[in-house]
Write a protein that binds this ligand. Structure first.
Ligand SMILES: Cc1cc2nc3c(=O)[nH]c(=O)nc-3n(C[C@H](O)[C@H](O)[C@H](O)COP(=O)(O)OP(=O)(O)OC[C@H]3O[C@@H](n4cnc5c(N)ncnc54)[C@H](O)[C@@H]3O)c2cc1C
Length: 498
């Protein structure tokens, strides 16, 4: 059956990719299997925030908030091209949580994680030149505080790239089918979409299958893990931008939930999210008309120019794989992660990931490796806090972007900005010595060129138009149906039907 890999990771979402990167960097041999594309499930359907989670303070999740705030600082250093500071404005009126409570919560938010480089929170009066843009005039005051936004699917990809650079094998479109313990090791069956099943042996198995975590457990013989996940759907709508400034709003809803209104992709606003308990992952893949109504109404409570449901240009929905802590209300189920290890006479460990946030994935991976360290005494120690992710190897991102603008002046500012945002310090690998747009081949629209599509296929596991238009880039949002089709046509392999 060939070689034995140290770690077989099931799932190419943020948690699987993060664990693969960490383990490979400690000298372990790693194989990761992802049944679809990297980040094709929850890790591309988030609110795209690296945040402490202000609202979790109300649920007394101080440990989660503290760790998430600390991670915000770490991740800003590791991937400045994918993670950017974002100011949030919280409008206030008498019907909401009292001012003193918000002020205290924000003070805690500023200090709980230790030293921060982002601006601290402050109260503001409206009207304000910048911070009340688009708001109804009856809102007279509020607060501003800091968090960060992230390109969630590219952050996942960056972790997979780093894992590969350190020797890991990343197999996309390859399903994990089953595993059993044989002579103190795991024997697993995996099936690539394009070929027959194969078997491989691993010393340890990591179940990072996200919403499918329990389904994967059912395919693993002899495990004694009885914990469960709560599947809670969250949806977002995208509308043309609702104000001209760069900040986001955090809006308090009468049901005590908060809804984010986030500037998105220059021309749009992202509004989310919802909390809807679902029975299966499949039930959670589409937004319902009620959720659209809820999100539009939540925004309209605050916006001067009301949105209509017909303003919605795009939507997405994803399922949170939350650890089942017994809470009755889906909004109150813990967002913290829980890791469980099962082993057989101290051999063939199975590590299972429940819950987690994009924000805390690196800490989760470190904790996972800590739990596995007795099984791999040769592995080296924690390292991921101090090495930039691929593309993030720049000291000062704004200075780097300016250099790129100068070097590629003939390609146009917006175009260069898009490529630099996606690829960071790897942008020259995409653009080469191009001096004029024509040197990059066909232009599909929205700054996506033939050269970049070829790069995404060769270097980043992209295969389909969806991989390219919605996960490796967000160009799909800016393109017409005809332009989408042109990309699909370009990627179609000989003999493949339309
Ligand atoms: C609406 C919403 C908003 C959110 N907002 C935020 C936010 O702003 N900030 C934040 O920090 N977090 C946020 N989160 C949480 C965060 O997105 C998730 O915790 C995180 O993405 C989970 O990652 P994962 O790797 O565990 O799961 P996933 O990303 O779902 O990855 C699991 C992968 O396993 C694969 N898989 C499953 N079964 C198999 C198999 N048999 N063989 C091979 N592969 C398999 C799947 O295809 C999938 O790609 C949000 C979540 C939701 C739903």
């Amino acid at each position: 059956m060939g070689e034995v890999t140290d770690l077989l990771v099931i799932g190419g979402g943020i948690n699987g990719a993060g664990i693969a990167r960490d383990a490979a960097g400690r000298g372990l041999s790693v194989t990761l299997v992802e049944q679809g594309d990297l980040a094709c499930a929850t890790s591309s359907g988030s609110s795209k925030l690296i945040h402490g989670g202000l609202r979790y303070l109300e649920q007394y999740e101080f440990k989660l908030v503290r760790e998430a705030l600390q991670e915000r600082e770490v991740l800003l250093r590791l991937a400045p091209h994918l993670i950017r500071p974002l100011l949030f404005v919280l409008p206030h009126d008498a019907s909401m949580r009292p001012m003193w409570m918000i002020r205290a919560g924000l003070w805690l938010y500023d200090h709980l994680g230790g030293p921060i480089t982002l601006p601290r929170s402050k109260p503001i009066g409206f009207p304000h030149m910048e911070f009340s843009a688009g708001l109804k005039p009856e809102y007279r005051s509020g607060f501003v505080y800091s968090d960060c936004r992230v390109d969630d699917s590219r952050l996942t990809l960056a972790n997979a790239l780093a894992a590969r650079d350190k020797g890991a094998t990343i197999l996309t479109r390859t399903r994990f089918d089953a595993a059993r313990r044989v002579e103190g090791e795991w024997e697993a069956t995996i099936t690539p979409r394009s070929g027959p099943s194969t078997r491989l042996r691993a010393k340890a198995l990591v179940n990072a299958a996200g919403p499918w975590v329990c389904e994967a457990l059912e395919r693993i013989q002899g495990d004694r893990i009885t914990d469960r996940v709560r599947l809670v759907k969250g949806s977002h709508v995208i509308v043309p931008k609702v104000h001209s400034q760069r900040h986001a709003y955090i809006l308090q809803n009468p049901d005590k939930r908060v809804v984010f209104v986030i500037p998105y992709e220059n021309e749009f606003t992202l509004i989310g999210t919802t909390d809807v308990a679902v029975g299966t992952v499949e039930e959670g893949t589409r937004i319902t008309p009620e959720e659209i109504r809820y999100l539009v109404a939540a925004a309209n409570r605050f916006l001067m120019k009301p949105l209509a449901e017909s303003d919605v240009v795009s939507t997405y929905a994803a399922v949170r794989p939350l650890y089942d802590d017994g809470s009755a209300n889906p909004s109150e189920v813990t967002r913290d992660y829980v890791l469980k290890v099962d082993h057989d006479a101290f051999k063939a460990p199975l590590l299972t990931v429940f819950g987690g946030k994009i924000t805390t994935y690196r800490r989760l991976a470190e904790d996972a490796l800590k739990l596995l360290e007795n099984y791999f005494p040769e592995a080296t120690g924690p390292w991921t806090a101090n090495e930039a992710l691929p593309g993030g190897e720049v000291r000062n991102f704004n200075a780097f972007r300016d250099d790129m603008q100068e070097r590629y002046a003939g390609l146009g500012r917006n175009f260069v900005d898009g490529v630099v945002r996606r690829h960071g310090s790897h942008a020259p690998r995409v653009l080469g010595e191009a001096k004029v747009p024509e040197a990059l081949g066909r232009h599909f629209g929205a700054g996506l060129t033939e050269r970049e599509v070829e790069y995404l296929v060769a270097e980043e596991w992209a295969e389909t138009a969806e991989d390219v238009l919605w996960r490796r880039t967000k160009c799909g949002l800016h393109m017409t149906a005809a332009e989408h089709n042109a990309v699909a046509e370009f990627l179609r392999k000989p003999g493949e039907s339309a």
